[in-house]
Write a protein that binds this ligand. Structure first.
Ligand SMILES: [Zn+2]
Length: 382
C-alpha cells in the first residue's frame, strides 16, 4: 500500500499525491525542467529532509500561494520574501530578488563567481552541474538542497512565525549549517586541485587521498566482429551525436555525425547515436557487432537494467528490435578516454541530417584512431 505523504490534491486526477507519483518520470517530463529530478535531489552528503524538499521543488509539488488561489482557498497570491510578485515555485527558486541574493552568495562560497541566471536558465545550469558523478558535485548538491530548504523555511517563518532573516543573516546561517553537515559526513576527498580549492573556500577540514589512475585502452572487436563506438554531445548552443565502425585491426570502416536541436537530453543523444550506428551496421550487412558507448546509463537501459525515461522509449524500442538483424550483438560501457573518436564526431559542426563518411579522415580524427591502437590511457576518477 502506498503511503500518503502530503496533501496536495491533483485536480485533474482527483487523487492524493504520493511518493511514487512525485517520482513518476512521465509526470515530471511533462512538467518541464524537473525531468532530471533524481540527479538533483540525491547527493551523498545531503541531509534527508533537504533532499525531500528539493524533490518537491523539482516536482513543483509545494503548496504555494498560487496553488491555494487556484484551489480557491485564498484570494491573492504574494511572495512574502520580496512582496513584489505572485508566489509560485518558479518565482521562489530563483526569480525572487531575495532568493537570488542568497543563492548568488552560496554560489560564490562554493567558488562560482557569476550572477544568477534567469529562472529556467539557472535550473538548466544546475541540472547539468548535478549530472557529473564527482565528489565536488555531491558537495554542491548539499549546498543546493540546504539553500532550497532554508529558503522555504524562511518563507514559512515569515508567514506563520512572524519573524524574518535578512539575506545576509540567512546566508551566514546556511554556511554554518552546511559546513557542520559536510564536516560530519565528508572524511576523505580525492587529492585533486578542484577538491582542494572547494575545501579551502568553504573551510572544510578533510583528509586528501591520492587517487590511483585506472589504466584503460580501446579494445578491438573479437575476430569476425565489427566495433561500433558512439557518443552524444550537448553544449549550450549545440547538440549532436556521432560514431564510427572499426574492424578487428582497428581500421575505420565508416563514420557518421549529426546535429540535433538543443532540447534533447544527453541520454537521448547517446541513445540516438547507438540507434544510428546500428542502422548503419545493418545497412552495411554486418552480422556480428560490438557496441561501446561511454554512457553507462544508455547501456543499462538497453540491457534492461535501468528504467527507460519516457522520451527515450521509441529510440530504445528501435534498438531492441534492430538486434534481431544480427547473429550476435553486444553492448558495453567504454571509458570516455577510449571513446575519443566518437566524442569528436559527436561534436562536429554541420547540418542537421546525419552525414556518413569513409576514410581518408581529417588529421585530428586520424591521430585519435592511431592513438587508440597504441596508447594506454590513464583515467583519474574525481
Ligand atoms: Zn519574491
Amino acid at each position: 500500500m502506498q503511503k500518503l505523504v502530503w496533501g496536495e490534491v491533483n485536480k485533474k486526477r482527483k487523487k492524493m499525491t504520493t511518493i511514487s507519483s512525485t517520482w513518476n518520470h512521465e509526470k515530471i517530463a511533462a512538467a518541464g525542467p524537473a525531468r532530471k529530478l533524481h540527479g538533483v535531489a540525491r547527493g551523498n552528503y545531503n541531509v534527508q529532509r533537504h533532499s525531500f524538499l528539493t524533490q518537491q521543488v523539482c516536482a513543483r509539488s509545494l503548496i504555494t500561494d498560487d496553488v491555494l488561489v487556484d484551489d480557491k482557498v485564498i484570494q491573492t497570491s504574494q511572495c512574502i520574501l520580496c512582496k513584489q510578485s505572485r508566489e509560485n515555485v518558479e518565482h521562489l527558486f530563483f526569480d525572487c530578488e531575495y532568493t537570488i541574493k542568497v543563492w548568488s552568495e552560496m554560489l560564490k562560497w562554493f567558488g562560482i563567481q557569476r550572477s544568477v541566471l534567469k529562472g529556467k536558465e539557472e535550473w538548466r545550469w544546475i541540472y547539468n552541474k548535478c549530472n557529473k558523478h564527482v565528489q565536488s558535485t555531491h558537495i554542491f548538491k548539499a549546498i543546493l538542497s540546504a539553500t532550497l530548504f532554508e529558503l522555504w523555511e524562511e518563507r514559512k517563518n515569515r508567514k506563520f512565525g512572524n519573524y524574518n532573516n535578512t539575506e545576509e543573516q540567512l546566508v551566514s546561517k546556511l554556511k554554518k549549517e552546511v559546513l557542520m553537515n559536510l564536516q560530519s559526513k565528508v572524511h576523505k576527498l580525492h587529492d585533486i586541485r578542484e577538491n582542494r580549492a572547494i575545501a579551502a573556500k568553504i573551510g572544510l577540514d578533510v583528509e586528501f587521498e591520492t587517487v590511483q589512475p585506472i589504466l584503460c585502452s580501446w579494445i578491438p572487436p573479437k575476430l569476425g566482429f565489427v566495433k561500433l563506438n558512439t557518443d552524444g554531445s550537448l553544449k549550450k548552443t549545440r547538440a549532436g551525436y556521432g560514431g564510427l565502425l572499426r574492424s578487428n585491426e582497428g581500421r575505420v570502416i565508416e563514420c557518421y555525425t549529426a546535429q540535433c536541436k538543443c532540447n534533447k537530453s544527453v541520454l537521448e543523444l547517446e541513445l540516438l547515436a547507438i540507434q544510428k550506428g546500428i542502422e548503419l551496421s545493418i545497412k552495411e550487412g554486418y552480422a556480428r557487432l560490438e557496441v561501446a558507448s561511454d554512457s553507462l546509463k544508455a547501456i543499462q537501459i538497453i540491457k534492461k537494467k535501468a528504467r527507460c525515461p519516457f522520451q527515450c522509449r521509441s529510440t530504445v524500442q528501435d534498438i531492441w528490435e534492430a538486434q534481431n538483424h544480427f547473429e550476435e550483438v553486444t553492448f558495453t560501457h567504454a571509458y570516455r578516454e577510449t571513446n575519443r573518436a566518437a566524442d569528436l564526431l559527436a561534436s562536429l559542426e554541420g547540418p542537421c541530417e546525419c552525414r556518413f563518411f569513409m576514410p581518408p579522415l581529417e588529421a585530428k580524427l586520424n591521430r585519435i584512431i592511431e592513438e587508440d591502437l597504441a596508447v594506454v590511457y590513464h583515467r583519474v576518477k574525481h
